[in-house]
Design a protein around this ligand. Structure first.
Ligand code: SF4
Ligand code: F3S
Ligand code: FES
Length: 249
């Protein structure tokens, strides 16, 4: 039998809510999601929480734990001292449905708006060939589990509902970068599109998205900054622009 620990969990829905106090048993090796499950099995059977894999791979159990966006299934209770109250709240950037479950459809809308991979029209499926070095470059971005912790953290949309229309967010900047670096993507204007239509110009490279990414994707350094640099190159240096045109594969 483990020791009792203090928790505060946000309970409510779109009409409002507040933090409720709980004292829950915690055993060695457990994560925050285990505690949520124990609460559901004991005193709060109607506590709503989204989860699926409990292995840090499905991206469902995103929540804010003591104010930091994290995966509930990857946050060990040993992270906190025994006398610390652990406060669990829903993601702040997205509308609450109930308790810890938020409506993340903002992200799906942005995914739909991101132009898809466009292979060269002269190649049929099965004829695509890529060098290993190109595969490796985009592999980092393909690790994304769509937890949306980066989207939730970015100050451009956190507490700024009015920016959501014009800002796709870091998860979709890595998608744009992945396609931009893809040797078989026939769209030439990924950077300009990211800047002009996806709102990359709003990003002032604070790197908060990178800090919370559970897959340790270097969102800012490896995706956003190279995309921004090359937009600047192209816009302001005609020789670089011409060179790229001439020597492009
Ligand atoms: Fe989550 Fe990282 Fe993907 Fe953002 S980039 S959605 S933080 S895995
Ligand atoms: Fe936002 Fe990440 Fe840029 S947190 S401001 S997208 S570096
Ligand atoms: Fe799948 Fe946490 S339950 S990432």
């Amino acid at each position: 039998m483990g020791a009792k620990r203090r928790f505060k969990v946000w309970r409510g829905d779109e009409t409002g809510g507040d933090l409720k106090d709980y004292e829950v048993e915690v055993n060695e090796g457990e994560v925050v999601l285990d505690v949520i499950h124990r609460l559901q099995a004991t005193e709060a059977p109607d506590l709503a929480c989204r989860w699926n894999c409990k292995a840090g791979k499905c991206g469902s159990c995103s929540m804010e734990i003591n104010g930091t966006p994290r995966l509930g299934c990857m946050t060990r209770m040993s992270t906190f001292t025994e006398d610390e109250t652990v406060t669990v709240t829903p993601l702040r950037t997205f509308p609450v449905i109930r308790d810890l479950v938020t409506d993340v459809s903002f992200n799906y809308d942005k995914a739909r708006q991101t132009p898809a991979f466009a292979p060269p029209p002269e190649l049929a499926p099965g004829e695509y060939r890529m060098k290993q070095v190109d595969v490796e470059r985009s592999q980092e971005f393909r690790k994304c589990i769509e937890c949306f912790l980066c989207q939730n953290t970015c100050h451009v949309v956190r507490d700024h509902e009015e920016n959501k229309q014009a800002f796709a967010g870091p998860r979709y900047f890595i998608r744009a970068a992945e396609l931009d670096m893809h040797p078989l993507d026939a769209r030439e204007d990924r950077k300009e599109y990211a800047q002009a239509t996806m709102g990359m110009g709003y990003c002032n490279i604070t790197k908060c998205c990178t800090e919370v990414c559970p897959e340790h994707i270097k969102i800012t350094d490896n995706a956003i900054i190279p995309m921004k640099e090359r937009v600047v190159d192209r816009r302001y240096d005609p020789l670089v622009w011409l060179g790229r045109k001439i020597f492009r594969r």
